[in-house]
Ligand binder design. Structure first.
Ligand code: BGC
Length: 761
């Protein structure tokens, strides 16, 4: 994605969407069936008993790890028994070559048909060596880097015996209270779709039989990111327009990229739990999109349909889930206990079972597991690959690219490299675990490079560290990562003392790695604990502060924005966190990240997102008029807009033009110039607005972006193609349509600072 251009010389033509409008409509699956594999699948299926078939649809957690509520039924002995009978198709959370080989050996050598297991794991942002949390990676807007990050994660995980990741999470969310926004690509469907595509390609590569690739899983199908009030697992009730235009597209992009599995979601969608939702799993995914991989339930989500008030009992839940198209049961014990009877009673047709099993076997064949079930089980490879130089370099590169410079006044950044007295303050500055973020099941505590360590690589300055205050009480370890904010301010005076005599104060504040993630919803998005008080106490003695934020979601930091001259959004950046942050602070890397999610001024504005509708009363009709869409006590604008992010250089945008190049195709061009003193990268963003439509359209929609690297004074013409794919939308029947009429186009470095032009379609 990153290119360096000669002055005035290069015209970039972008093909913006991977599929045509025709494809959007008719939804042709990117995977063409392999006749040889289909033959093998059918042959094997014909040999299987009903119980063996159902076994393939059964997934157990490893005997020693739990990523969800501990199952109340079933235990290690029962699982072991089932494994030996061939009644287990997949296991999750089995990790490391020795452990994987042990369970695979039972499946392959002790069961009647010797069908290998597919081994799943939440490789969400790396395996043992962690890359930035997915939301941070999305802030890079760098699709090649994101793909590469998934690639190295696949390499390290596959070396440890894993052949299936439960990633990418492609849930769009507009609610920063929801802790799982850390795991997605933010609020925008267009960006989310590009990233979904890149991640699937990164994990799966072009050949699943290659030893370094693993099967990806688009999750959570669907609507999980729209949980009411941002509370995890909560009810989802969304209209058709949002479903088709906002929620579905990243899943479709994952399908077009060839993703081989989907995971359904815990939530109900418009009254029907996703797990028992035939509209989602059969009508859209398997029929319309012709997806021929398989769908795994989320952890226990089949039996949770009882609590939802949708299934009478576990048997009923199994019936609903299987008939609705959930192919594999993760830890509900519903299929293994109930499906055989349901088939015998005619409540689930054997054809439904056969279809599910075919899908599962197909993916196992594609992985080459039948040729060599131990292909992921090589101790030497595991040793060589785990934590290798190549992986550390890739995650460091990704970490630098993920950082967003939110504010930089008085040119406080980059820091001078010589003769400075730097006060480094905040518990997160020396933390070697929190930067690993949530979803780090295989990583060890204390393995991240801290900011303190990263800064100590720069020896020209003196760095004095004071914690100021702890962030949380005690140590938080998986799976009981209770995060209890401390109220202890006894360390403040030391921090204030250190700050008083410093030239620059660097404060690393924000969320602990386990403040976000699954079941980590929050109603207060300010700096947790006593950190705001610490920030103000330090500010009282030294205003020359660089605030480095570590967090898994947008925060509400209006005070910091009003008072602190420089703010760096450094998320949770993984194993190489401190090195990446230090290199950015010292200007050895010029930040180029852009926010993938709006930062609100206050929690009361949520859901706040750039691509909202206009409403019938968008502006104040007369001075001091009250009857318009606004708050009495807060502005309508965000604190930091979607797409916002600064650089150590500056860029100008001029000469926006729109030219019709073919029927329903327009070329939009703009001149970008580096007007500052250092080389830098800019993400040029293109937005459109369809002014009048049969179903109203948002005030702005991202429809193209390109990262451009420029030397000082260098300028380049950047062009985008707008075709039907970008100009159309899904109507309320789910049909993709393109309507003629007036459009606006906006180009700039964020969703708010843009040049604007009009055209007619
Ligand atoms: C999560 C999934 C995850 C699964 C297995 C569930 O609690 O919602 O995203 O893949 O656990 O760990």
């Amino acid at each position: 994605m990153n290119n360096v251009f000669n002055v005035f010389s290069i015209l970039m033509m972008l093909i913006l969407a991977p599929c045509s409008a025709q494809n959007k409509n008719n939804a042709v699956n990117a995977n063409t069936p392999n006749p040889l594999i289909e033959k093998k699948v059918s042959a094997l299926l014909s040999k299987m008993t009903l119980e063996e078939k159902i076994g393939q649809m059964n997934q157990y957690n490893g005997f020693w790890d739990v990523t969800g509520p501990t199952p109340s039924t079933g235990d290690a002995a029962k699982k072991y028994e089932h494994l030996k009978k061939g009644y287990v198709g997949s296991m999750l959370n089995v990790r490391g070559v020795d452990e994987v080989r042990a369970v695979q050996k039972i499946a392959v050598e002790e069961t009647r048909l010797g069908i290998p297991l597919i081994i799943g794991f939440d490789v969400i942002h790396g395996f043992k060596t962690l890359s930035p949390i997915p939301l941070a990676e999305a802030a890079s807007w760098d699709l090649e880097a994101i793909k590469r990050s998934a690639q190295v994660a696949a390499k390290e995980a596959s070396a440890a015996g894993i052949n299936w990741t439960f990633a990418p999470m492609v849930d769009i969310s507009r609610d920063a209270r929801w802790g799982r926004v850390m795991e997605g690509a933010g609020e925008d469907s267009f960006l989310g779709s590009k990233i979904a595509h890149a991640r699937v390609k990164g994990f799966q590569g072009d050949d699943l039989t290659a030893p370094e690739t693993i099967v990806a899983c688009a999750k959570h199908w669907a609507g999980y990111g729209f949980a009411e009030s941002g509370k995890d697992y909560n009810t989802v009730d969304v209209g058709t327009s949002t479903l088709y235009n906002v929620i579905f597209p990243p899943f479709k992009a994952a399908t077009d990229a060839g993703v081989r599995t989907f995971m359904n979601s815990f939530n109900e969608l418009n009254g029907i739990p996703a797990t028992g939702n035939a509209f989602l799993q059969r009508q859209i995914l398997k029929d319309k999109w012709q997806f021929d991989g398989f769908v795994v339930s989320d952890w226990g989500s089949i039996k949770e349909m009882m609590a939802h008030g949708h299934a009478i009992n576990k048997k009923h839940a199994a019936e609903l889930a299987a008939n609705a198209g959930s192919d594999m049961d993760m830890e509900s014990y519903a299929y293994i206990d109930e499906l055989a009877n349901l088939v015998k009673e005619g409540r689930v047709k054997e054809a439904v079972i056969d279809d599910a099993v075919k899908r599962i076997l197909r993916v196992k064949f594609e992985l080459g597991l039948f040729d060599d079930p131990y292909r992921y089980c090589n101790n030497d490879v595991e040793k060589q690959v785990t934590g290798s130089q190549e992986i550390h370099e890739a995650v460091l590169d990704m970490a630098k690219k993920s950082i967003v410079l939110l504010k930089n006044e008085k040119s406080i950044l980059p820091l001078k490299k010589q003769g400075q007295k730097i006060a480094l303050i905040g518990a997160l500055a020396s933390d070697k675990t929190s930067p690993l973020g949530s979803w780090r099941l295989a990583a060890e505590d204390d393995t991240a490079i801290s900011v303190l360590e990263g800064m100590q690589n720069y020896t020209g300055n003196t760095v004095s560290f004071a914690k100021g205050a702890d962030l949380t009480l005690g140590k938080s370890t998986f799976p009981l990562e209770l995060v209890i904010n401390t109220t202890d301010k006894s360390g403040f005076s030391e921090a204030v003392q250190v700050a008083k005599t410093a030239d620059v104060v660097v404060m690393v504040l924000g969320e602990h790695g386990f403040h976000s993630g699954e079941a980590r919803s929050r109603t207060d998005l300010g700096l947790p604990g006593v950190q705001q008080a610490l920030l103000e106490a330090v500010y009282n003695v030294n205003q020359n502060i660089v605030l480095v934020l570590n967090n898994g979601r947008p925060l509400t930091i209006p005070w910091a924005d009003a008072h602190i001259p420089a703010i760096v959004e450094a998320w949770q950046l993984g194993t190489q966190s401190g090195n990446a942050i230090a290199q950015v602070l010292y200007g050895d890397y010029n930040p180029s990240g852009k926010l993938p999610m709006t930062f609100p001024r206050s929690v009361g504005q949520i859901p706040i997102y750039y691509n909202h509708k206009n409403t019938g009363r968008p502006v104040m009709p007369a001075p001091n008029e009250v009857f318009w869409a606004h708050y009495m006590d807060e502005s309508n604008t965000s604190l930091y807009a979607f797409g916002h992010g600064l650089s150590y250089t500056t860029f100008s945008y001029t000469n926006l033009s729109v030219e019709k190049v073919a029927n329903q195709t327009f070329k939009v061009s703009v001149t970008l110039k580096n007007t500052g003193k250092v080389a830098g990268k800019e993400v040029v963003q293109l937005y459109i607005r369809d002014m009048v439509a049969s179903v109203t359209r948002p005030v702005k929609e991202l429809k193209g972006f390109e990262m451009v690297a420029l030397e000082p004074n260098q300028e380049v013409k950047v062009s985008f193609n707008l075709t039907q794919d970008e100009l159309g939308f899904f109507n309320n029947e789910g049909k993709f349509i393109v309507e003629p009429g007036d459009f606006k186009v906006f180009v700039g470095g964020s969703s708010v600072t843009a040049l604007e032009a009009n055209f007619k379609l």
